[in-house]
Ligand binder design. Structure first.
Ligand SMILES: [Zn+2]
Length: 113
C-alpha cells in the first residue's frame, strides 16, 4: 500500500483545547438516541457526536468548561465525565499524558493491552 493520495483530512474540533485536528487523532464521544453519553472508539455509533483529543487533560478541560454539554446539547453529569476518563485511560496505548496530571479517578493498572 504505497498509494499516497493527497486527500483532505476531515478535521474536527476538540471540545477541550478547541484545536482542529484530524478526526482520527481525536476520540469521539457520542450521545446515543436514548440519552447515554459514552466513548465511541470506532466512531461509528449513531447519535450526536463530539470530539476530544485522546488525552485526559482535554477531557478535564471540557469538563471544566462544560464544553461537552454544549456540544451534545444535553446535561453531562460528573459521573459521565469520570466514566469517559476511565474509558479513555483504558484506551491509552501506554498511559501517555497520565503522568503529572491531576489525580486519576481510578488507576487501572495491569490491564495489559
Ligand atoms: Zn484537545
Amino acid at each position: 500500500m504505497t498509494v499516497q493520495r493527497v486527500r483532505k483530512v476531515p478535521l474536527r474540533k476538540c471540545v477541550g483545547c478547541q484545536e482542529m485536528k484530524a478526526k482520527r487523532d481525536l476520540l469521539r464521544i457520542v450521545l446515543s438516541p436514548d440519552g447515554e453519553v459514552f466513548l465511541d472508539p470506532t466512531g461509528k455509533k449513531s447519535g450526536r457526536g463530539a470530539y476530544v483529543c485522546s488525552q485526559i487533560s482535554c477531557l478535564q478541560l471540557a469538563r471544566k468548561k462544560r464544553a461537552l454539554e454544549r456540544a451534545l446539547k444535553t446535561s453531562v453529569p460528573d459521573s459521565v465525565y469520570s466514566r469517559l476518563a476511565a474509558q479513555m485511560q483504558g484506551l491509552a496505548p501506554d498511559g501517555a499524558g497520565a503522568e503529572g496530571a491531576a489525580g486519576r479517578p481510578q488507576p487501572q493498572e495491569g490491564a495489559g493491552r
